[in-house]
Design a protein around this ligand. Structure first.
Ligand code: ADP
Ligand code: MG
Length: 224
């Protein structure tokens, strides 16, 4: 599903260049659920952003579902993200002035699906996440766990091939974290490939394989 070879990425700020990814190779097979661990600043989010076509890489090769991903226009990148990928972030990234249903429906707006159908589909996905009764509430009326379930429903609504989650439990208490992991497990069982960045060992241990990044390189792969 995902194949990357010798990926390098530097950030240039002013006169300074920071070499963040220093030659990453990774294969993620269809239906796999893997975690990525590493110290703060080791390059986890940079890697996830490249996999999510949210950022470019400088060198190497990236194949997503058989498609070569390199130097795409923003329009093409957005199309591919909408079609193949779902995102879950630590900070939920919900739109504050839209209710839960409208947040979940948002990706379908970009597929030109009519509002009524979008909202019906969103309600169905909220139902699957066990929070249909919160459909008409704004994000600031929801708990952290509820917000993340809204975000997961939003990630699922386009039926993506891959879900990329950057510290999805990072802002949640431990009980809620495990509930969110249960949802991610269920989703993975339905066949969606999943990559979860985390710095929590108990979260990583609940994925099949853990990749450790140290200073921009994969230094360990553990089967859990
Ligand atoms: P992690 O997610 O593992 O904590 P990141 O991938 O976010 O690490 O960051 C890796 C390094 O790159 C850090 O030193 C960070 O400060 C730097 N960095 C991340 N994003 C940018 C950016 N947009 N511009 C400049 N430096 C960045
Ligand atoms: Mg990060």
């Amino acid at each position: 599903m995902i194949k990357i070879r010798n990926i390098h990425k530097s950030y240039i700020t002013g006169q300074n260049s920071l070499h963040v990814l220093k030659g990453i190779d990774l294969d993620v097979h269809p239906g796999e659920m893997i975690s990525v661990m590493g110290a703060s600043g080791s390059g986890k989010s940079t890697l996830l952003n490249i996999l999510g076509i949210l950022d470019n890489y400088d060198q190497g090769e990236y194949l997503l579902d058989g498609l070569k991903i390199s130097k795409l226009s923003e329009r093409k990148a957005a199309q591919l993200r909408n079609k193949k990928l779902g995102f879950v972030f630590q900070s939920f990234n919900l739109i504050s002035f839209k209710n839960a249903m409208e947040n979940v429906a948002m990706p379908l707006y970009y597929q030109n699906i009519k509002r009524k159908k979008r909202n019906l589909m969103a309600l169905d996905y909220l139902d699957r996440m066990g929070i249909k009764e919160w459909a008409h509430h704004l994000p600031n009326e929801l708990s952290g766990g509820q917000k993340q379930r809204v975000a997961i429903a939003r990630a699922l609504i386009t039926n993506p091939k891959v879900i990329l989650a950057d510290e999805p439990t990072g802002a949640l208490d431990s009980v809620t974290s495990l509930e969110v992991m249960d949802h991610l497990h269920e989703i993975n069982k339905s066949g969606i490939t999943m990559i979860i960045v985390t710095h929590e060992h108990d979260i990583a241990a609940r994925t099949r394989k853990t990749i450790r990044i140290t200073d921009g390189l994969i230094t360990d792969i553990v089967n859990n």
